[in-house]
Design a protein around this ligand. Structure first.
Ligand SMILES: Cc1ncc(C[n+]2csc(CCOP(=O)(O)OP(=O)(O)O)c2C)c(N)n1
Ligand SMILES: [Mg+2]
Length: 335
């Protein structure tokens, strides 16, 4: 007699234990409080240059980080404070970098857009829109060439999809079976330009069909939905080397950068987006499943607020880089 296959609706995130779910909540809360601190410091003139906040998109970094292994690799663009923290770069090293101090994760010469930490597998931090995608495919190719089973996550914005090199990279990744997961964070805008004004194809993930690549979209305002999508794609890459293209539908709650008043978005639209805030969403899961009490969640929030206060105090007192670092890695012949 043929055995009937049991139908199951189980999602990978159903198997997440209390410790991991609490880590996810803490991770999103720390990202949020850290960046609120950066925004205040920027307003006081203590952080200079470009500064793009990730506030609102924390479920994407947390859910995708939880879905991969510590020895996997990540390559991203410039809206990366949250991703870097999630990946394990110390909050102090991120803050010091934004303050331009020698103890920053790239010695204070990179700043907000160029966070990097080889030990944590966080390979940028790149400022040119889309440039990280061909590089990410190169990183993923190297893992296959070295015959290990590490997966590479390659994050990009919706604006990046109009860059030609990305399409060459996607085609290459598919033809050569490159073990990477592309995560397009569709936050509806490239600077102040709405996606419908620039892209003939939406949802963006449909583009990957043209490269014969598995593709799909998920709710990027939900850490567990992110986990499910990225976990499935990462395991596919690990076991078959096949790449996947995922689109996270998400929203940033702040302007493009600190100098953007955001006049292209109505107050109503922003309020609608804020109602999808991923942090209270995960709190509800923890409370419903009785994995945490409201008091415990409040304590996590208080700790994150205290942490960033301390971190910013330290950053202000940290040493500046030595003067000769200004010329290091700039000219082949510094004379
Ligand atoms: C090659 C290139 N062209 C233009 C810019 C200017 N620029 C900076 S951010 C940005 C918008 C990118 O939007 P998106 O990819 O959606 O990322 P998001 O800022 O929404 O995270 C542009 C056009 C740039 N940095 N690099
Ligand atoms: Mg965008």
């Amino acid at each position: 007699m043929a055995t009937r296959k049991k139908k199951t609706d189980a999602r990978p995130s159903d198997a997440l234990d209390q410790e991991t779910l609490l880590w996810m909540y803490r991770d999103m809360t720390r990202q949020r409080r850290m960046e609120e601190g950066f925004a205040r410091s920027y307003g006081m003139g203590k952080i200079h240059g470009f500064c793009h906040l990730y506030i609102g998109q924390e479920a994407v970094s947390t859910g995708s980080t939880a879905a991969i292994r510590p020895d996997d690799l990540v390559v991203s663009a410039y809206r990366i404070h949250g991703q870097a923290l999630s990946r394990g770069i110390a909050m102090q090293a991120i803050a010091d970098e934004l303050y331009g101090r020698a103890s920053g994760c790239v010695g204070g010469v990179g700043g907000s857009m160029h966070l990097f930490d080889v030990e944590k597998g966080f390979l940028g931090g790149w400022g040119l829109v889309g440039q990280q995608v061909p590089m990410g495919v190169g990183v993923a190719f190297a893992q296959k060439y070295l015959d290990n089973d590490r997966v590479t996550l390659v994050y990009m914005g919706d604006g990046a999809m109009q860059q030609g090199a990305i399409h060459e990279a996607l085609n290459y990744a598919s033809v050569w079976d490159i073990p990477c997961v592309f995560i397009l964070e569709n936050n509806n805008y490239g600077m102040g330009t709405a996606i419908e004004r620039v892209s003939a194809i939406r949802p963006f993930h449909q583009w990957a069909a043209g490269y014969n690549m598995d593709h799909g979209e998920f709710d990027g305002m939900d850490a567990l939905a992110t986990y499910d999508a990225v976990h499935t794609a990462a395991e596919r890459a690990r076991s078959t080397h096949r790449p996947t293209f995922l689109e996270a539908r998400c929203a940033r709650f702040r302007g493009h950068s600190m100098s953007d008043p955001g006049k292209y978005r109505s107050r109503e639209k922003l309020e609608e987006e804020k109602a999808q805030d991923p942090i209270p969403k995960l709190a509800r899961v923890l409370l419903d499943r009785k994995l945490a009490t409201q008091d415990e969640l409040d304590a996590i929030d208080r700790e994150a607020k205290d942490e960033i206060k301390e971190v910013l105090k330290n950053a202000e007192k940290a040493e500046w880089p030595a003067e000769d670092t200004l010329y290091r890695n700039v000219y082949a012949d510094p004379s």
